[in-house]
Design a protein around this ligand. Structure first.
Ligand SMILES: Nc1ncnc2c1ncn2[C@@H]1O[C@H](COP(=O)(O)OP(=O)(O)OP(=O)(O)O)[C@@H](O)[C@H]1O
Ligand SMILES: [Mg+2]
Length: 382
C-alpha cells in the first residue's frame, strides 16, 4: 500500500488515491468484502483496536465485534450486502460497541458505505470512538440523579415542615379565637365601642388565619397523598362539579358546556380536586356577567393532547400569570371575589404529579382558558 507521503506530482491511480484518503482519515476505516473478510484497514484502525494491520487483513470482521453480538452480526452483514444501496449508520439508534484486541469494549458509532470495486461490492465502515462522549454523558446522568435525589429530599422536608407548622398553628389560634370571644361576651359591659370594634377585628383576623391554615393543610395533603392513576371519565367528574356549583348558588344563570366522554389515565380523586378548583374559578370569575358561559373540553399544549376549562369572565393581565401557581397569589381582592389563592397552586401540583403541564390564557374582560395535560412529554412522543 502506498504511504501517505507519496511525492507531489507523481501520478497516482484512482485506486491509490482512495487508499491514501482512507489511510489519512482520523477515524478507523475498515473495508470488507462480500464474504465478511477484512480487505483493508487504516492506521486509525490499528490504534483503536490494538491490532497490527497484518493481524486483521483477510480475517472475518466479526473479530472486531464483541462476542455477545457476533452471532447475529454475520446475518445483519449479509442483509446489508443484499440491500446495499446507500450509506447509512449502523445499529438504528442502538448503543454500539466494538471489541479491542484485549477484549475490552469500546462505545462506537459506525457508518456503513457500500462501494463498487473491481473486486465486486464492498462495504467501507467508518468507526468513531465515542468513549469520551459516553463517559461525559454518564457523568452528567449521575450528577443529574444526585441532584434529583437532593431536590426530592429537600422537597419532602419542606412539605413535612409546611404540614407541621400549619398543624401546630391551629391550637394557639383556637385559644385566641376562644378567649377573644369570651372577652367580647363576658366583658362587653366594660368595653366601649372602640374596644369592641378592635376585638371584633381581632376575631375576624383569627377566622381568616384559620382559613389560610386549612388551605395550606389541604395543599400539603395533596402533595403527600399517593397517586393512583386509572382510566377516568373527566367529563363525568366535570358534570358532578357543575351540579354542585349550581346547588350552592341556584340563583346564577350560567351556560355550561361539557364535552362528553373525555377520558384520561389519572387519579380520579386528585382530578376531581383539579376540576373543583378550575370550574370553581370559572364559575366565580364570571359572576358579574348576565351571559356567563363556562365549560370543559379537549385541548392541547404544544400539540400534546390535554383538556381545557374556559370561561368568559373578568380575566386578568397575563403579565402576572406566572405568579398564580404559587400559594396565596391573587389578582383580585377578597372584596371583589372571595378566596385565598390556594386553588391554582393545588391544581399545578396535581398536574405536575401526573407528569403533565398547565398553561393559562387570559385577557382583562376577555375570559380565561386553562389548559392542562396529564402525561409526561417522553411517554407521549413515540
Ligand atoms: N378563571 C379565572 N378568571 C379570572 N381570574 C382568575 C381565574 N382563575 C384564577 N384567576 C386569578 O388567579 C388567582 C388565583 O386563583 P386561585 O384559584 O389560586 O385562588 P382563588 O380562586 O382566588 O382562591 P381559592 O381558590 O383559594 O379559593 C385568582 O385570585 C384570580 O385573580
Ligand atoms: Mg380558586
Amino acid at each position: 500500500m502506498p504511504k501517505p507521503g507519496t511525492p507531489k506530482g507523481a501520478s497516482i491511480s484512482a485506486d491509490e488515491r482512495f487508499r491514501l484518503v482512507v489511510e489519512a482519515a482520523p477515524n478507523a476505516m475498515v473495508l470488507i468484502d462480500q464474504g465478511g473478510l477484512i480487505s483493508m484497514v487504516n492506521a486509525a484502525t490499528e490504534r483503536l483496536f490494538g491490532y497490527q494491520r497484518a493481524e486483521l487483513l483477510g480475517q472475518p470482521v466479526e473479530m472486531l465485534v464483541p462476542e455477545s453480538h457476533r452471532g447475529h452480526h454475520a446475518g445483519l452483514r449479509e442483509g446489508f450486502f443484499r440491500n446495499a444501496q446507500s450509506s447509512r449508520p449502523m445499529g438504528a439508534g442502538r448503543d454500539l460497541f466494538a471489541r479491542h484486541k484485549d477484549g475490552s469494549q469500546i462505545p462506537v458509532e459506525i457508518g456503513l458505505n457500500p462501494i463498487q470495486t473491481d473486486k465486486g461490492l464492498m462495504v467501507l465502515s467508518a468507526i468513531v470512538d465515542i468513549s469520551d462522549r459516553a463517559q461525559k454523558l454518564q457523568r452528567l446522568n449521575e450528577t443529574l440523579q444526585a441532584r434529583t435525589q437532593e431536590l426530592e429530599a429537600v422537597n419532602h422536608e419542606l412539605e413535612a415542615f409546611a404540614y407541621s407548622v400549619s398543624h401546630d398553628l391551629r391550637a394557639p389560634l383556637r385559644s385566641m379565637d376562644g378567649f377573644s370571644l369570651a372577652l367580647l361576651e363576658d366583658y362587653s359591659d366594660r368595653l366601649d365601642d372602640t374596644g369592641k370594634d378592635y376585638l371584633t377585628r381581632i376575631r375576624r383576623g383569627a377566622v381568616r388565619m384559620a382559613q389560610l391554615i386549612d388551605d395550606l393543610l389541604k395543599l400539603s395533603r395533596v402533595t403527600r397523598a399517593g397517586i393512583a392513576p386509572q382510566p377516568t371519565d373527566l367529563s363525568a367528574l366535570a358534570q358532578e362539579v357543575v351540579t354542585e356549583l349550581r346547588q350552592l348558588d341556584p340563583r346564577r344563570q350560567v351556560a355550561v358546556s361539557i364535552a362528553p366522554h373525555l377520558q384520561a389515565i389519572a387519579d380520579p380523586h386528585l382530578i376531581r380536586v383539579v376540576l373543583d378548583n378550575l370550574l370553581g374559578n370559572a364559575w366565580k370569575f364570571t359572576n358579574r356577567r348576565a351571559d356567563a358561559a363556562i365549560g370543559f373540553r379537549a385541548g392541547s399544549i404544544d400539540n400534546r393532547p390535554g383538556f381545557q376549562v374556559f370561561d368568559n369572565g373578568v380575566g386578568f393581565d397575563m403579565a402576572y400569570a406566572h405568579k398564580l401557581f404559587a400559594p396565596f397569589q391573587r389578582l383580585h381582592t377578597a372584596s371583589e371575589f372571595e378566596g385565598t389563592g390556594i386553588g391554582l397552586a393545588t391544581v399545578a401540583r396535581i398536574i405536575r404529579r401526573h407528569g403533565g403541564e398547565i398553561r393559562i390564557d387570559s385577557m382583562p374582560n376577555g375570559g380565561t382558558t386553562i389548559s392542562f395535560t396529564l402525561q409526561a412529554r417522553e411517554s407521549t412522543d413515540v
